[in-house]
Design a protein around this ligand. Structure first.
Ligand code: COA
Length: 174
């Protein structure tokens, strides 16, 4: 799997990404919506889960690299989720804080949205966003998503209200 955008390359995560993954998942501010930084076993568990998703589904959250330098600056991709009682495909995005506010998340997530429509024949792509995560909501809105519902997620012992965003596959023809 390799996706290319004007500035970015997306590919599967591997063991060599652990330092870059730690820089994202162990940063307290980046992980606010996940109720704080991950410890080392959680980082390794996250990578293992992504590798399982690649094997089982053929997709998952992918590594995002800058085309110019090859630096791994974030994760973006597609995962199977259960949202509002339905099995759906979600686009997810987490970036290294040093690379926020440059449009990379929207650029990567747009390519993932198109991959879901074109390669996975998805009729709709979702994003579940904690109700406090304004940056993530703005990415969802820039992807053309609207709010379809709300629900409460139980994660790390905390009740987290979420909004369910989605965008529908464009109708073909005029
Ligand atoms: C969610 C997250 C990925 C959004 O990152 P981001 O940097 O705000 O998003 P983008 O990279 O798309 O940047 C958009 C911003 O870049 C600006 N920008 C600069 N250059 C740009 C360009 N060439 N193209 C588009 N936007 C550009 C936009 O105006 C926008 O600015 P704003 O944030 O002030 O409104 C980031 O906050 C993050 O990693 N959060 C932690 C993990 C997380 O919570 N993930 C979501 C879980 S649901």
């Amino acid at each position: 799997m390799r996706l290319e955008t004007p500035r970015l390359q997306l590919r599967e995560l591997n063991e060599g990404d652990l330092p870059a993954l730690r820089a994202i998942l162990q940063d307290e501010q980046t992980m606010t919506a996940y109720e704080g930084a991950f410890d080392e076993p959680m980082v390794r568990g996250w990578l293992q889960r992504m590798r399982e998703r690649y094997r089982e589904d053929g997709f998952g959250l992918w590594a995002v690299e800058l085309s110019d330098t090859g630096e791994m600056i974030g994760q973006c991709g597609l995962t199977r989720q259960r949202i509002l009682g339905a099995d759906v495909i979600e686009v997810g995005y987490l970036f290294n804080r040093a690379h926020w506010h440059r449009g990379y998340a929207v650029e990567a997530a747009t390519a993932c949205r198109e991959y879901a429509f074109d390669q996975l024949a998805a009729e709709r792509v979702w994003a579940q966003v904690r109700d406090t995560n304004l940056a993530s909501m703005n990415v969802a809105i820039r992807l053309g998503m609207t709010v379809r519902g709300r629900f409460v997620k139980h994660y790390r012992g905390v009740e987290m209200p979420h909004l369910a965003f989605a965008v529908d596959r464009p109708r073909s023809g005029c």
